[in-house]
Design a binder for this molecule. Structure first.
Ligand code: UT7
Length: 352
């Protein structure tokens, strides 16, 4: 198929969340916080924490397997893993994930764009498919974000959770007028390095290596919450509108917004800015919190039953760097039986 005759189409999706549920009531026992503050200020009711033996790569393998099963495929040309919490500082985690999935010696690499990572990875996959350098790509967003948090920091510990989500992106002939089911539109990306330190782990890289004298706060994730909140609303609304415009869609007429799950108030504000009714803005953070690069593919997998073939969906992300991105997705045909690891039944409620 000549590359000019291709579309990049989403054919599979899946998610994995650790079994261990941590409720706001659990956090009340660990931190100076309340369920009332967390739920009204963030919308998060509970989140999942990976046990110490479970890595980002472990979760990525499970989500990747679910997406491959949903697509009904066992081979891809490339694996792209978005993560800020790789299994090791070196090498990237994607080659190990590809190996665990039995994908052979395909190209596999990580992408680091924090909470926007999945959109950056999706852009890489779409570009490869449209350029003809790949015909099928497994895109995973996975983060064990709790590994970066100061467990005593109530400002961050209450928000984040662990998890992984994945999609399969494939080449299809570009011979259908209108919206092809599964088609991904242009991926619009942006970054503003002048706000680099608004979301940051200060030590542990080459700028400030970890030493025995590293101040404890510099070892952990920090976020300028209010500044990030304001920027997130502005950037998400702007980039979502841009992506919709590139697809020729009236953003107000879109069926769904699946945005990075940072805060329910951010989702509500972006929905209002775009003129979307609240019930069209997918909210997954109540049960999973902010899972960084995993949040968009997890939300897609968990809410797939609500989507109908042909639904117009805008995906939008904002995160550290600061970075942002958006694209459009026409929901694919969903005739294949689900084998994906969908929202697990809630069982355990004990905090670690
Ligand atoms: O994923 C990447 C993108 N991330 C985001 O988009 C996150 C954006 N930011 C936010 O979602 C919000 O800024 C937060 C949820 C992080 C914080 O909410 P906020 O409404 O901006 O609260 P704040 O940081 O301005 O703090 C308000 C008050 C403070 O007390 P004082 O100074 O007013 O007395 C905090 O100390 O709330 C206090 N506070 C808490 N109280 C109870 C902060 N965290 C907590 C807590 N429990 N967990």
């Amino acid at each position: 198929m000549p590359s000019s005759d291709r579309r990049a189409v989403l054919t599979g999706w899946g998610a994995h969340a650790p079994a261990h549920v941590v409720t706001n009531a659990d956090l009340e026992r660990l931190l100076d916080t309340t369920d009332e503050w967390i739920s009204t200020r963030t919308g998060v009711c509970e989140r999942r924490w990976a046990d110490p033996a479970t890595s980002t790569g472990d979760m990525a393998v499970r989500a990747g397997r679910a997406a491959l099963d949903r697509a009904g495929v066992d081979h891809v040309d490339r694996v792209v893993l978005a993560t800020t919490t790789p299994d090791h500082p070196c090498p990237g985690t994607a080659p190990w994930v590809a190996h665990q999935l039995g994908l052979g010696d395909v190209g596999a690499h990580d992408v680091a764009a924090v909470c926007s990572g999945f959109l950056y990875a999706l852009g890489t996959a779409r570009d490869a498919v449209l350029a003809g350098s790949a015909t099928r790509v497994l895109v995973i967003g996975a983060d064990r974000f709790t590994s970066l948090l100061d467990p005593q920091d109530r400002g961050t510990t209450v928000i984040f959770g662990d998890g992984a989500g994945a999609v399969v992106v494939e080449a299809r002939p570009d011979d259908t007028p209108g919206d092809t089911p599964g088609a991904l539109g242009d991926v619009v990306l942006g970054a503003d390095g002048s706000t680099y330190d608004h979301i940051i782990v200060r030590a542990g890289g080459t700028r400030a290596p970890l030493t025995s004298s590293t101040p404890p706060p510099d070892r952990y994730f920090t976020m300028a919450g209010r500044e990030v909140f304001t920027a997130a609303v502005h950037r998400l609304a702007d980039v979502a509108a841009q992506a919709a415009g590139r697809a020729g869609w009236d953003v107000q007429q879109c069926d769904w917004l699946v945005a990075h799950q940072a805060n329910r108030r951010i989702l509500a504000a972006v929905g209002r800015a775009l003129g979307l009714p609240p019930d069209r803005v997918v909210c997954d953070l109540d049960r999973y919190g902010n899972t960084s690069a995993a949040s968009i593919p997890m939300a897609l997998a968990h809410h797939a039953d609500r989507f109908t073939t042909g639904d117009r969906i805008v995906l939008a992300a904002f995160g550290g760097g600061t970075t942002w991105g958006a694209t459009t997705l026409t929901w694919p045909a969903t005739t294949r039986p689900a084998t994906a690891d969908r929202a697990p039944t809630l069982t355990a409620t004990t905090a670690r």
